[in-house]
Design a binder for this molecule. Structure first.
Ligand code: SAH
Ligand code: SF4
Ligand code: F3S
Length: 410
């Protein structure tokens, strides 16, 4: 056992889990491999948020039948693994391990057992400028369309001190931008230490080396004035806020059990922009949820026009529970609504991007010429020679291929 390959589906949380598994295996002396033929272990980290995500993982698994031998091992892990469990073992007999998202810790134990012969190498990964930190696993809300709570379980916040320790270590290895992860990331609490999400932001911004703190995904229910005050005065908090709306119709929001109406959502976006007018807001939207009428759909289009999101991820509703919340529009209608929404979203995204021409942006540099603004846009620097700097103020002069271009500004 020397070489492993990890294939990851789904959200940033899965990416973060895959990164941890990767570091774990590298510390055991294993080498990451991209070619199936050379790999001894293949780990598929799966998602089940929509049927399509699950199908992609299953079809990949199907193609591994030919690859599989007695000495080669397949791990099918994560959210779809949690949902399918035994069914999967029956259908794909050649899978060695099915480990669901709720028993995530087991994977380390099993991997250690499988890889008993390799040398401990202690590789420290260097060079990453952006990294994730999962601060809450699971979710306590019950949005009616969503399978995440049933595959990831109840909310388990990571202890405050552990997060700080972990971010400090990441900063020491060169990380400049930290992305805090949780399904309702701003509901974070460490009851023992009496710390909340804003306390966490404050403490992380004191860590030397950390220049941008982002978080995914906040939920409208958990914003408060303490947060807005901190947001206003703390420039290390990213000015790119991803705030999922899901629908612009109050009837649908209620049916989805989201706990807010459009007015409340709008107020939060206004507070954010009041605290910093540069704030760029992105979102998630589902079209065609159960009982969505043409009027409800129009409410969503109007909401998009009103808020003017910098970008929105638009999903076609995919029922996840048998006999509950079925699809009530035809596939053609679902497709139609999705493409109308996408067109509107793209139009507004382009316009909001164009408004950046002439503005001055804080850019985290990935190398001397490329980086990302703290409002979430990719940015190329036309004239930068200061190789060593991590951050630059850039005056945006033009836009090409969805990327801002600009010159250093002092
Ligand atoms: N916890 C996050 C969302 C996690 S899932 C939040 O509440 O904001 C990521 C996105 O997938 C959701 O925001 C939603 O837009 C979409 N999604 C979830 N379940 C879905 C389903 N059954 N069909 C289509 N899209 C879905
Ligand atoms: Fe799913 Fe809602 Fe929890 Fe997000 S907040 S993970 S959409 S149940
Ligand atoms: Fe993420 Fe998909 Fe699981 S969105 S939490 S990997 S179901």
């Amino acid at each position: 056992m020397e070489r492993f390959k990890i294939i990851t589906f789904g959200c940033q949380m899965n990416e973060d889990d895959s990164n941890s598994i990767k570091s774990f295996l590298e510390n055991l002396g294993m080498i990451e491999e991209t070619d199936n033929k050379k790999a001894d272990i293949i780990i598929i980290n799966t998602c089940t948020v929509r049927q399509h995500a699950e199908d992609k993982a299953l079809s990949l698994l199907g193609t591994l039948k030919k690859w599989k031998t007695k000495d080669k091992k397949i791990f099918f892990i994560g959210c779809a693994a949690e949902r399918l469990q035994k069914d999967l073992k029956n259908k794909f007999k050649y899978v060695d391990y099915v480990i669901g998202a709720r028993s995530y810790d087991k994977i380390y134990e099993i991997l250690s057992r499988e890889i008993k012969n390799t040398v401990v190498a202690n590789i420290k990964t260097q060079g990453k400028k952006v990294d994730y930190e999962t601060i809450i696993r699971g979710c306590n809300l019950k949005c009616s369309y969503c399978i995440v709570p049933s595959v990831r379980g109840e909310e388990k916040p990571k202890p405050f001190k552990e997060i700080i320790e972990s971010v400090k270590n990441k900063a020491l290895s060169g990380v400049k931008e930290i992305i805090l992860l949780g399904q309702t990331v701003n509901s974070y609490r460490d009851f023992q230490e009496k710390k909340d999400f804003t306390d966490l932001l404050k403490e992380i911004s004191r860590i030397e080396g950390i220049k941008i703190i982002r978080f995914l995904s906040p939920h409208p229910l958990f914003f408060n004035s303490k947060f807005f005050e901190e947001y206003k005065k703390n420039p290390k908090i990213s000015r790119w806020i991803h705030l999922p709306l899901q629908s612009g119709s109050d009837k649908i929001l209620k049916k989805m059990n989201r706990g807010y109406d459009f007015k409340k959502f709008k107020e939060i976006t206004q507070e954010l922009k009041k605290a910093d007018p540069k704030t760029s807001i992105t979102t998630d939207i589902i079209v065609g949820y159960t009982d969505e009428t043409e009027k409800d759909f129009e409410d969503t289009i109007n909401a998009v026009k009103e808020i003017r999101f910098s970008m929105a991820y638009c999903f076609k509703y995919s029922p996840r529970f048998k006999n509950k919340d079925p699809l009530t529009v035809t596939e053609t209608e679902l497709e139609r609504r999705h493409s109308i929404l996408l067109k509107e979203v793209k139009k507004i995204a382009k316009e909001t991007m164009n408004e950046k021409i002439g503005s001055i942006e804080q850019v985290l540099l990935y190398d001397s010429r490329k980086g990302k603004t703290n409002t979430g846009y990719n940015c190329c620097i036309i004239d930068n020679n200061e190789e060593k700097k991590d951050f630059l103020k850039i005056k945006i002069t033009e836009i090409k291929n969805n990327t801002l271009y600009g010159r250093a500004y002092d």
